[in-house]
Design a protein around this ligand. Structure first.
Ligand code: MRU
Length: 356
């Protein structure tokens, strides 16, 4: 169990001991090196999020919470108006790093509410509350991951074959993760799963992070290229698909890593349950449908060059590189949250969940 704990209990994002920095594991260096980065400036934090050094919707939110706290601390004025105006500039800047995962703006808005709702405390008092709030965001995420893992595990059987896409494990969150959480929790309870991890082109989060986390935890994992998912399903090796989410619209459409919707279409064809796991903060009722979710477009170099010794396509070849796609709600068997399992029709079940 020690090997399992080393995966599920890592601090991938934390407040630096000096109280003026954010320390993250640089996920772009994994699995070859576990390297910690110390982020001190707005540019450091923006870059870490934009370059996916810290990634996964909940982890991005946690990093932004710690980040805006240390930046607010460095503003160095007692004047509330000046403090708030500079806070807003930092917030806007960090928020622009990645558009699709709602957790980024959710965490920043939560921090802003502290600033606007307790003005009477003065800047010093507000800073104390901001510190408490960013720590609370992370603590709540730990508890949420644990509950999501329990609900997810209730849907699985010992020996099940599982397919997952991208990485929604401890590195993407705090502690257990979301989509991978039930597998770690099941392992703790003596259950065995056979997991197939999609490599997840172009940035290979499945290969670099998911297979790494599962292997280190002693869980049976087989890495496959994304285009092998249909074959392993057809072979009868998959009893459930588990994926994370970056934003869930009010009607149950789900934005997640590019390629997720293809997995869902295949799962429907082969009659395999397709489960989305994520915290309540990822459900965005202000966004009616998947079409309303802004999808991040990234550099063509990630497709043509990034992981290759020489480019795999001519420089002049056009390239389309959306980082996420939207899975239609009709393909989703259930959305698993920290407060229970939401089934279709999602408009009702998600609203009930949010109203709680
Ligand atoms: O671009 P990434 O690596 O940040 O994308 C991550 C995903 O799509 C995850 O599945 C999602 O954020 C959920 S993480 C618990």
């Amino acid at each position: 169990m020690e090997e399992l704990k080393q995966v599920t209990h890592i601090d991938n994002v934390k407040l630096g001991e000096d109280g003026a920095s954010v320390v993250i594991i640089d996920q772009t260096q994994l699995p070859s090196r576990t390297e910690y980065l110390v982020l001190r400036t707005a540019e450091d934090i923006y870059d870490a999020i934009f370059e996916l050094k810290v990634r996964g919707a909940p982890a991005i939110g946690i990093c932004a919470g710690f980040g805006i706290y240390i930046l607010a601390k460095g503003i160095g004025t007692e004047d509330y108006e000046e403090f708030y105006s500079r806070f807003c500039r930092y917030k806007e800047y960090l928020d622009s790093a990645r558009p699709t995962a709602v957790n980024l703006s959710w965490a920043l808005n939560r921090m802003e509410r502290v600033v606007t709702s307790r003005r009477e405390l003065g800047v010093e008092g507000i800073l104390g509350l901001l510190k408490k709030e960013c720590i609370a965001i992370q603590k709540e995420d730990m508890a949420m991951c644990r509950k999501i893992s329990e609900y997810g595990l209730s849907l699985l059987k010992d020996g099940d074959g599982i397919l997952t896409h991208c990485n929604a494990g401890p590195l993407a969150t705090s502690r257990y993760g979301t989509a991978l959480g039930p597998l770690f929790l099941g392992k703790e309870q003596g259950m065995e799963f056979k997991v197939f991890a999609d490599e997840t082109r172009p940035l290979l989060q499945g290969a670099r992070l998911t297979s790494y986390e599962l292997q280190k935890a002693g869980i049976d994992v087989t890495l496959i290229c994304d285009n092998m998912a249909s074959l392993v399903m057809k072979n009868g090796w998959i009893q459930a698909c588990l994926v994370g989410c970056d934003r869930v619209a009010a009607n149950g459409d789900v934005a997640n890593k590019i390629g997720t919707s293809g997995v869902a279409v295949l799962a429907k064809y082969y009659g395999i349950p397709f489960y989305v796991l994520g915290p309540g903060s990822t459900i965005d009722l202000s966004c009616p449908r998947g079409e309303d979710i802004r999808i991040e477009l990234r550099s063509p170099d990630e497709v043509k060059k990034k992981f290759y010794q020489t480019p795999v396509a001519l420089e002049e070849v056009k390239c389309y590189n959306p980082a996420f796609d939207v899975t239609d709600h009709s393909l989703i068997t259930a959305i698993i949250t920290e407060r229970g399992i939401c089934y279709p029709p999602y408009k009702e079940s998600l609203t009930r969940f949010k109203e709680g």
